[in-house]
Every structure is written in C-alpha cells, then in structure tokens.
Design a protein around this ligand. Sequence first.
Ligand code: NMX
Ligand code: MLT
Length: 436
Amino acid sequence: VDTLKHKIQGLAEKKAPQLTALRKEHGGKVLGETTVGQCIGGMRGITCMISETSLLDPMEGIRYRGRTLQDCMDQLPKAPGSKIGLPEASFWLLLTDEIPSDAEVKALNEELHKRSALPESVVKTIDSLPKDTHPMTQLSIGLLALQPTSEFGKAYRSGTLKKNEYWVYTLEDALSLVAKVPILAARIFRNVFMEGKHIPSDPSMDWAGNYAQMLGVSDDALFKDVTRMYLMLHADHEAGNVSAHTTHLVGSALSDPYYSYAAGVCGLAGPLHGLANQECLRWLKNTRQELGGKEPTVEVLTQFAKDTLASGKVIPGFGHGVLRNTDPRYVIQRQFAQDNFPNDPLVKLAEVCFQAIPPVLEATGKVKNPWPNVDALSGTCMQYFGLDQEDYYTVIFAVSRALGCTSNLVWSRMMGLPIERPKSVTLDWLSTKAAE
Ligand code: NMX
Ligand code: MLT
C-alpha cells in the first residue's frame, strides 16, 4: 500500500500545477455551447467532468491512462501461462499511470487477499436474501452491508479528517472494496445457482483467477483467462457512463466508496447499460430456440432484428452513447472466441448477428452507432465454459467496474473536486430561452 500511495502522491504532485493553472488562469475558457437538444437529450456531448483514469475516443475506444486495450493486453503483467493482461494490474495503472512490474502485481494481490474476508454480518445478510432476488440487487445490498467498514466514513466521523487526507482513506476503502467484491460476488453466485455450496478463496491466486475458481463452473484453465479478460476489459470507460457517473456524483457528496459504488452498481443494473449483457444472451438464446436447429443465416437474423425493433424493443449489445465504431472490447473478445471456440453455436450465431444487425439499425435512420458494443459477446464467451446463468452476467461486469469507479474516487478526492450540482430547468424555462 505504501508503494501505491507513494506513486499516487508523486503523480498528483506532477499534476498539481496543471490543475492550479487550469483553475486560476483558464477557468473562464469556453469548452462548448449547450444546446436545447443536449439539455433534453441526456447531456450527450457536453464536456463537464474530469476523469483522470481513462478517456474514450469515439472511433478507437477507451484508453486506460493513454493506453489502448490492446496495449494493456500486451503490456500488463500476466498470470503464468496466460496471454491476458491482469485486471488488477489495470487497477494499478488506473491509479498510478504506470504499468506495474510482476513483483508489484504480486504484492498487490497479497494485499488484496489480506483484505478480502467478508465480515460475518455481511455473510449473514447475503445468505438470508431470497434466492430469487436478482444477483445485482444482492450485490448492491452486499456493498451497502459493507459500508460500516468504511475507513473514510470512520475518519470523517471522527471530526479530525483533513481535506488533503481524503484521498488516503478513499484509497484504503478502494483497496478493501476491490478485495472483497469478488468474494461477495462468488458467494451470491453459489447461493443462487449452486445450492449455497461455496468454494474457498485461494490466497495463492491472482484476483480474477481466484474469482473464476470460486465461481467453480469450469476447471478449464481458459475459464480463468476468459474471466481475467472480462474483468480487464470492463474496468473503466471514462466517467460519463451511468455507473461511473453515479459513483462519481454520490462520491462528490463525500459519501464513502461503499455508498458510492453501491449506487453505481444500481445504475449498472439498467438494461440500457450493464444489464445489456444479460439481455443480449437472452436474445441470442431465444433466437437460437426459434431457429430450431437450423443454421442461422443473415436473412433470418435480419428478420429477427426487424421483429425486435417492430415490437418496440432495443437490440441489446448494439449501439452506444459515445462510441461510433465497433467497440474494441468486442473486437478483443471476438478474437478470443475465434482463437479458442469458433464452432460454439452461440459464437457462430453472434458472428451472423455482426453481419445482419448493423444494416437493420442503420436503416432506421436514427441509431447513431449501429455497431456491436462490449455486451454483444461477453455472455457468449462465458456460456461456452458453462456459466450460462445470464442473470449473473452484470455482476461480473460490476466486479470489474469496481476497479475504474474506485480509482476515480481516489483521484476525485485527490484533486479536491467539489460536490457535483449541475443546473436543471423546466420546459417553460427552455421554451422562453429558445424563443429569445
Ligand atoms: N436497438 C434499437 N434501437 C436503438 C439501439 C439498439 N441497439 N441503439 C439506439 N437505438 C435507438 C435509441 O433507442 C433512440 O431511439 P429514440 O430516438 O426512438 O428514443 C435512437 O436509436 C437514437 O439513439 P442513439 O443516439 O443512437 O443512442 P443513445 O446514446 O440514446 O443510447 C444506448 C445508447 C447504448 C443506450 C443504445 O444504443 C441502446 O439502447 N443499445 C442497446 C442496449 C445496449 O446494448 N446497451 C449497452 C451499452 C454498453 N454498456 O455496456 O453499457
Ligand atoms: C460502459 O462500459 O460503461 C458502456 O460502454 C457505456 C458507456 O460508456 O456509456
């Protein structure tokens, strides 16, 4: 932890003059105009927030601290025999702007294992939930049940916490939350789908590999890799997406990381955001069932896609608020599936969807990005290894997103960002303004 603190502090010292200059000398500089359309339209395209950890390019996708996801795959340390950049190494990168060494990732994993145990009260809370409570609801309840362990919350209540120390306690909570979230998530999975038969955490394993072994659906070494890949790819997507923005907003009130991320998880549970991976697998399974053993063709899938639109639903796994190209996270998962299980029936079906769906969406004339996003393939990769309980998929997304959302909280407190409070207006106010 000391190394991590030292590196974050060092980076913050380098960035401090930049932040001061921006505040003092350029505070009045105009970044863009806000239109009536943007005010009605979900604030799309309004630049109004800082996230140091990652930046999204509409065509090339997300970069973690300036590195593309392929750079991360290539450069981040890996588990023995694996080709996947470790997600906990991406956590280090998001926090420090440095690619960690193998030794640093090993030390980070040891630290995470030390912090990973769930308090008995949290175990009791989770185990007592009705099994038909959606896994995302269970996860947000579990995170809130962990809130009394917050070091930030305790320090703030003590009345002695200084503003320049906020980030230190936020980091403490970030590390503990990241350490505990796979344990909590695996417990939820085994409670709901495996009759409460739990598999203990293995302290010799990496963060994501251990999560995979606790899920316990497959002994295939590739299942650990697909889990590592899932967790590395979903870690961060700048701060405007619903889960990151919610976490950021709640954190800006100085609610601690458990409160903040529990709120973010509730946002991730929406079908237009993280739940799309669940919905996408459901859509593919239904489509396959309707095909009744027939090979999927572009013609048939085109008709299924049109039927979905005609029934007033969105096609999950396609489109994006900011991306205007095929999501690089989709591209990396597609390569993994093609390299390892190209003949899986759902992989084949997803390939046909890739050809059939974009033209259908384009033909509507209103969809700004007809290309697949990360959710179009993540569930397909998981079901190949036997994790076909799609209601659980968004929980895996949430385990990963904890890395980005909590790193952002650390940096928001480090930069001393204020409480977030944009202006809202009424329709009458807008009409008056529009008539001016
Ligand atoms: N299927 C059907 N209609 C769509 C789709 C889609 N996949 N994508 C966009 N549209 C519609 C959208 O509903 C809107 O219709 P209307 O004007 O009637 O309200 C119109 O096209 C314009 O929307 P856009 O400006 O292109 O997209 P927006 O930024 O509003 O929304 C999403 C972005 C991601 C919410 C939208 O593309 C969508 O609903 N996709 C399907 C759900 C999904 O895959 N979400 C996952 C996103 C990634 N993630 O992990 O969070
Ligand atoms: C995400 O990963 O958060 C999604 O792609 C949604 C977004 O960025 O708006």
